[in-house]
Write a protein that binds this ligand. Structure first.
Ligand code: ATP
Ligand code: MG
Length: 434
């Protein structure tokens, strides 16, 4: 990286010294940054967006940090809503893009979930301890590469935490001692492994060691946060490298023991194959539905029943109930999600045999979880783990049903009178109403 301006432990890259270009920042995020700046506030692009833009990757979203208090942010933007505990985060909503604006804070507390739920690991700080300087805000963040700021006032990149060096070196390193930061919030173990796999970065030695020793502490985190991180990893287009890294670092065994057992068995190939398919779907812009993604983690343990001649449906149902029940309990999935995952498998069972008739097809298509099952069946078929013939019979039936035809072509029953021809009937109806 080119020469940098040093300012008491801060590194500042002038505009000419970095590749972060305003043209890569969403218009809405720019609007927010400029309006804060023109109103006299400090306004930085923060977190993952700065990291990704410096790596010439497309950010998932754009977060803004400012010294404006949440109420001041709300007054500046008509389209801002304050959310979270004590309403301290502003979401500025533009159609389907949301720019999150957070006041610089000093607390090391992990960010809140969408619904305001937080980890039970940390007690909330008192109001007066809450807000801080930009430097404090950088230091409360998890990893050095996530602690960089882009200042809209002069287009500089500001680094209080050594993030630029680690970006160059391809290194995930905690801000501060690894054990301490993981102790504060064990979800950071998952996040470290995710970033490593997603960016192709190494984990810093002490961080890797700490994860190896502390993996079991992940159970101190709120299950909802674990489920959220898992789903982010499953649907982001890099599930395969991330889950393989979870396994290598001993986290999969803690997070999903059933899936970890699969990964250590001859069925591992099917598990990795499915996650690879899920990634391909996500990257092609048609990600698998959530239920299919949860189901993919359990599917290798259940697909053995699907193609089997004379397999016992009620034994299959019991196995589905046991496995999905264990997953749902551990991650405290909603009843609805658990129901969708279970139903996905029950629909998968139906799809594994040619349909019994048109009504059966229509009834099955109305089942919740059917879409997820169909997509999962497609993925499994490509891995040779699903009866290809019956899937193609179903696909044809579904296509017919969707274009308004009887799903299964009507055939005269043997030895009975031919039913009246459809065409004739339709013409009559049309003639009658005309
Ligand atoms: P992504 O590309 O997945 O959105 P991101 O880095 O933007 O990556 P977010 O989960 O959106 O990650 O969080 C935004 C920023 O908030 C992070 O870059 C990091 O600085 C900070 N952050 C998030 N989670 C934590 C945590 N558990 N502890 C400390 N800081 C965190
Ligand atoms: Mg983000």
């Amino acid at each position: 990286m080119p020469e940098v301006r040093e300012r008491e432990g801060v590194r500042v890259l002038e505009r000419s010294q970095h590749c972060l270009s305003r043209s890569e920042i969403s218009e809405n995020a720019l609007k927010v940054l400029y309006r804060l700046h023109r109103s006299g506030f400090t306004a930085y692009l923060v977190g993952g967006a700065v990291r990704d833009l410096l790596l010439r990757r497309r950010p998932k979203d754009f977060d803004v940090g400012t010294n404006a208090r949440p109420q001041q942010v709300r007054h500046l933007f008509r389209n801002a809503r304050l959310i979270g505990r004590r309403f301290r985060l502003a979401r500025v909503v533009f159609g389907n893009e949301v720019v999150e604006v957070a006041t610089f804070r000093r607390s090391p507390e992990p960010p809140e979930m969408e619904d305001g739920e937080t980890s039970d690991v940390l007690a909330p700080p008192s109001e007066s301890e809450e807000f801080g300087t930009p430097e404090e805000d950088a230091r409360r963040r998890d990893f050095t590469v996530n602690g960089l700021f882009y200042n809209i006032a002069d287009f500089t990149v500001i680094d209080y935490v050594g993030g630029l060096e680690d970006l160059e070196a391809g290194l995930i390193r905690t801000i501060g001692p690894a054990r301490e930061r993981i102790g504060e919030d064990p979800v950071r173990m998952m996040r470290a492994v995710e970033y490593g796999a997603r960016l192709g970065f190494r984990l810093d030695g002490p961080l890797e060691e700490a994860i190896g020793d502390m993996a079991a502490e992940i159970h101190r985190a709120a299950p909802a946060r674990i489920a959220y991180e898992l789903m982010e990893s499953l649907r982001g287009g890099q599930a395969l490298p991330i889950f393989q890294a979870f396994e290598r670092h001993g986290l999969l065994q803690q997070l999903l023991p059933e899936t970890a057992r699969t990964a250590a068995s001859p069925r591992a190939g099917l598990l990795w194959g499915l996650l690879g398919r899920a990634d391909a779907f996500a990257r092609a812009g048609s990600p698998l539905p959530e239920a299919a993604l949860w189901a993919a983690l359990l599917a290798p343990e259940l697909v053995g029943w699907l193609g089997a001649q004379g397999a016992d449906g009620s034994a299959f149902e019991r196995a589905v109930r046991d496995l999905t029940g264990a997953l749902a309990t551990r991650l405290v999935l909603s009843h609805h999600t658990a129901h969708l995952v279970r139903n996905t498998f029950l629909c998968l069972w139906r799809l594994a045999r040619p349909p019994r008739g048109g009504k059966f097809v229509l009834r099955t298509m109305r089942q919740e979880g059917f879409e997820a099952a169909l997509r999962l069946a497609q993925a499994l078929t490509e891995d040779g783990a699903f009866p290809r013939h019956s899937l193609s019979v179903w696909q044809e039936a579904i296509q017919r049903a969707r274009s308004g035809l009887p799903p299964v072509p009507e055939r005269p029953a043997p030895g009975r009178r031919r039913p009246r021809r459809r065409r004739g009937r339709r013409q009559n109806t049309a003639g009658g109403t005309a």
